[in-house]
Design a protein around this ligand. Structure first.
Ligand SMILES: [Zn+2]
Length: 386
C-alpha cells in the first residue's frame, strides 16, 4: 500500500477519473462511491487498524453506489416539447430499448417493486428512504449490489486504482493517508468525476435527441442532486417549524416573505448524505458565499446550540422528510473539522464580514471541544428517542 504525497495522489486520481468513462459510467460511480464511503469511514474512531490500514466493507461502498444511481433510473424530462421523457443511456451497449437498461437500474427497480407490495404508502425516492422503510430490504439490496460491483467494475478498475486500494472481494483496504486524502479532496474528485460523467452521457448517440440543447447544469442537478424540490421543501418547512421563526442561520436577517435557501452546514461537496441535522435555513447571499467552506467558530457555536435546543423537534419532524442523522452528522462534523485543522484550512464567516478566517489555532482550542460536546449531546438525544 503506497503512501503518496498530496500532489501524486491528485495526479493519480485525475488519471483514474479521466480513464474511467470509456464504455459506461460504472467505474466513475465506483470512484465516487469509494470516496463517499471513505468520508463516512473517517468519522469512525476505529477506522484505522493497528497495521495502519483502513478496511471498508464492499456493502458500504454499494450503498453509496445505490445512492448515486437511484434517481438516475427515472425518466429524464426531455429538453424541448415533443421529446418524450426517457431513461438516459449510460453505456455504449448494443441492444436498444428496455433490455439495455443498466443492471443496477434493474436491481433497484426490482427491489422497489417488491417493497411496494409490502409498504404501498412508503416514500421510496431515495435509497435512504428505502432502507428506512425496511432495514432488512436495504441491507439485502446493498449486498446484491456489492455482488454486481464485484463482477463489474471492481476488477476492471483494479489496475488503475492500485495506488488507492486493494480488494479481496468483500472489502477494500487502503492506507490511512489515502483515506484522509480522499476526504480532503472530495470536492475536486466529485467535480471532475461528475463532469466526466456528463460529457460521457452527451457523447452517447442514444441520448442525443433526449438531451438536445440541455444545459450542463440542468443535467448535473438531475443526475447528482439527490434532494429534489419536494424533499427540500419538506426540509425547509421542518427547519422553520423547529426554530419557530424564519431567519438566516448565519446573518440573522429575517426571511419572512423572502427567498429562503436550505444550506448544508457541512458542505454538500464534502458530505453528500441528506440528513436533517445538517441543514440550516439561509439567505441566498450567505448560502452562495459559504459555498464549499466549513463555517467559522461563531457558526459552529450557533449550530451546536441549535442542535441541542431544537434537537427533539428536528428528530420528530424528520419522520416525514429525510433521516435525522443526529449522530452521523455530529460524527462527520467532528471528523471534517479535525481533518481541516490538520492542514490549517481557512473557515468561512458570514457574508459581509471579512470572508475567510485564517486561524489554525481555533480548531484544537475551540472548535473540536465544542463538536465533541455536540457529539455527546447527540448521543443522549439519539438514546432518548422513543
Ligand atoms: Zn444570511
Amino acid at each position: 500500500m503506497q503512501q503518496l504525497s498530496a500532489e501524486d495522489f491528485l495526479d493519480r486520481m485525475q488519471q483514474l477519473i479521466l480513464n474511467s468513462a470509456m464504455n459506461s459510467t460504472y467505474k466513475l460511480a465506483l470512484v465516487l462511491s469509494i470516496t463517499d464511503a471513505a468520508v463516512l469511514k473517517c468519522a469512525d474512531p476505529g477506522a484505522v487498524g493497528a497495521d495502519g490500514l483502513c478496511r471498508i466493507a464492499l456493502a458500504d461502498v454499494a450503498r453509496e453506489f445505490l445512492r448515486i444511481y437511484w434517481p438516475q433510473r427515472l425518466a429524464y424530462p426531455g429538453s424541448r416539447p415533443g421529446v418524450k421523457p426517457t431513461v438516459l443511456s449510460q453505456s455504449f451497449n448494443r441492444r436498444g430499448g428496455r433490455d439495455s437498461r443498466d443492471a443496477v437500474f434493474n436491481l433497484i427497480d426490482k427491489a422497489v417493486k417488491a417493497l411496494r407490495v409490502k409498504r404501498p404508502a412508503a416514500r421510496l425516492e431515495t435509497y435512504d428512504q428505502f432502507a428506512a422503510a425496511d432495514k432488512r430490504a436495504g441491507d439485502q439490496l446493498a449486498s446484491r449490489c456489492a455482488t454486481l460491483i464485484r463482477k463489474n467494475p471492481l476488477r476492471y478498475i483494479a489496475r488503475d486504482a492500485a495506488f488507492l486500494f486493494e480488494s479481496d472481494g468483500s472489502q477494500i483496504v487502503m492506507a490511512a493517508s489515502s483515506l484522509r486524502l480522499l476526504v480532503r479532496f472530495r470536492p475536486i474528485i466529485s467535480e471532475l468525476a461528475q463532469t466526466r460523467w456528463i460529457s460521457h452521457l452527451f457523447s452517447l448517440e442514444k441520448n442525443r435527441e433526449l438531451l438536445g440543447e440541455t444545459a450542463e447544469l440542468q443535467l448535473r442537478s438531475f443526475l447528482f442532486a439527490p434532494e429534489r424540490d419536494a424533499l427540500l421543501e419538506g426540509i425547509r418547512t421542518a427547519l422553520i417549524e423547529a426554530a419557530g421563526d424564519e431567519r438566516c442561520f448565519y446573518c440573522g436577517a429575517s426571511l419572512r416573505n423572502k427567498p429562503q435557501h436550505v444550506d448544508h452546514f457541512l458542505p454538500f461537496s464534502r458530505y453528500a448524505h441528506t440528513r436533517i441535522f445538517n441543514f440550516v435555513l439561509a439567505c441566498p447571499r450567505c448560502n452562495c458565499s459559504k459555498s464549499n467552506w466549513l463555517a467559522d467558530l461563531q457558526h459552529v457555536e450557533h449550530w451546536v446550540r441549535r442542535n441541542s435546543d431544537q434537537g427533539r423537534e428536528l428528530l420528530e419532524l424528520s419522520r416525514d422528510t429525510a433521516p435525522a442523522g443526529a449522530l452521523e452528522v455530529a460524527d462527520m462534523a467532528l471528523a471534517l473539522y479535525r481533518l481541516a485543522g490538520g492542514h490549517a484550512e481557512p473557515l468561512w464567516k458570514k457574508s459581509g464580514a471579512s470572508g475567510l478566517t485564517y486561524d489554525p489555532g481555533l480548531y484544537a482550542a475551540e472548535i473540536v471541544p465544542l463538536l465533541q460536546n455536540n457529539r455527546e449531546n447527540m448521543t443522549r438525544l439519539a438514546d432518548a428517542r422513543p
